[in-house]
Ligand binder design. Structure first.
Ligand SMILES: [Zn+2]
Length: 317
C-alpha cells in the first residue's frame, strides 16, 4: 500500500468515536486549570476571633441520609476580619474535633478564603465549615466547606483554590444569572466553557465562566497560549460582561510577566459548543439555536434556597 493511502485511512475517524461525548466524565474549569491559583498568592486575610459556641442552624449535605438538609449544631463561631474592611462569620461544626482542632481548621480555611477577590468576599456573610469529605457548595451569601474535602483537593488534586472561586462565584451568580445582560452574553457566545456549565446553564455557567475569566485575566502567564485562546474564543461575550463590571479584585493581582511556566493541563480539554455541527471542512459551525430551557434543579454544588441562608443584598460590595 502506498504511504499516502495508508495515511488517508488512518485519518478517517472510526464510527464509534463520532458519537461519543468528548468527556469521559464531567470535568469543569477547576479540574482543567488545577494549580493555576496558588496558596502563595496575596491574601486578604486579616484576623480571626473566636466568639464561642452558639446554636446554629446550617446546611449539611450529609443530613437526611446524604440528601442534604438543615441541622442545628452547637457550633464554634468565629469572626473573620478581611484586610479590606469586609468581614464574614465562620460557623464550624464540632465534628471537626476539639476546640484546638476546630480553631486550627477555622484559621486554615479563613486563609484559603482570603485569596478570593473583594467582589466575591463582599457577598460572603457566612462560611459553614464541617468535618467530612463531601461535595462543597456556594450560594445564598455563604460557602459550604468540608475540612477533609478541602484537604483532599489541596493535597491530592491541586484544585482547591479553583473550586473555592467556583463555589464563591455562586453568590455572584445569584445576583445576575437571570439578568438580560448575562443571558444575552450566553446567547451570543452560543457555547460553554465546560461540560458542567453546559449541563447546568442556569446554575453553573456563571461560576464556571467567572473562574475562566479570572484565570485568563489575572493568571495569563500560568496558562498556555492554546488555553488562553480557548477561553477567549469560547466565551467572548461573557468575558466582556465580566470586564465591564469593573469588579474590585483585591487582593488578586494580575501576573506581571512571563516568568512562570505554563500550567500543564491535568485533563485533556476539548471545548464544547452548544448546538454545534461540523462544517464541510470539519471545523465547528455554531448554530443559531437558542439556549435550551433547562431546569434549574440538580447541579451538585449550588446550594438550595433555604431561608436561614438567604441573606439580603444590603451589604457594601
Ligand atoms: Zn457550582
Amino acid at each position: 500500500m502506498k504511504p499516502f493511502l495508508l495515511l488517508l485511512i488512518l485519518m478517517i475517524p472510526c464510527g464509534s468515536c463520532l458519537g461519543q461525548k468528548p468527556w469521559p466524565y464531567k470535568p469543569g474549569v477547576a479540574e482543567h486549570y488545577a494549580g493555576t491559583i496558588r496558596s502563595t498568592g496575596p491574601s486578604a486575610f486579616g484576623s480571626i476571633t473566636y466568639v464561642g459556641q452558639q446554636e446554629k442552624t446550617v446546611f449539611d449535605r450529609r443530613a437526611k441520609d446524604g440528601n442534604g438538609g438543615r441541622i442545628t449544631i452547637h457550633a464554634h463561631v468565629f469572626n473573620i476580619a478581611w484586610s479590606d474592611g469586609l468581614s464574614s462569620e465562620m460557623v464550624a461544626n464540632p465534628d471537626i474535633g476539639d476546640l484546638a482542632a476546630v480553631t486550627a481548621q477555622a484559621e486554615r480555611h479563613a486563609k484559603i478564603v482570603g485569596l478570593l477577590p473583594h467582589c466575591l468576599r463582599s457577598l460572603l456573610d457566612r462560611i459553614v465549615l464541617h468535618g467530612g469529605n463531601v461535595t462543597m457548595g456556594g450560594g445564598n451569601r455563604s460557602l459550604l466547606l468540608y475540612s477533609e474535602k478541602t484537604m483532599q483537593h489541596e493535597t491530592q488534586k491541586g484544585k482547591l483554590h479553583e473550586i473555592i472561586v467556583h463555589e464563591a462565584a455562586h453568590n455572584l451568580g445569584q445576583t445576575m444569572e437571570k439578568s438580560p445582560e448575562w443571558l444575552a452574553a450566553q446567547y451570543s457566545d452560543n457555547a460553554f466553557i465546560s461540560k458542567y456549565a453546559q449541563d447546568f446553564p442556569l446554575r453553573e455557567d456563571v461560576s464556571e465562566s467567572f473562574l475562566a475569566w479570572l484565570i485568563l485575566r489575572y493568571h495569563r502567564h500560568r496558562i498556555t497560549e492554546e488555553q488562553a485562546n480557548t477561553i477567549s474564543s469560547q466565551i467572548p461575550a461573557r468575558l466582556k460582561y465580566f470586564d465591564e463590571r469593573n469588579y474590585n479584585m483585591f487582593p488578586v493581582a494580575a501576573d506581571a510577566g512571563s516568568t512562570e511556566p505554563p500550567q500543564k493541563s491535568s485533563i485533556g480539554f476539548q471545548p464544547m459548543h452548544r448546538g454545534t455541527t461540523s462544517g464541510s471542512d470539519g471545523s465547528p459551525v455554531r448554530s443559531p439555536t437558542p439556549l435550551p430551557p433547562k431546569a434549574w434543579a440538580g447541579s451538585p454544588c449550588y446550594l438550595p434556597d433555604l431561608s436561614p441562608f438567604t441573606f439580603h443584598l444590603s451589604r457594601a460590595r
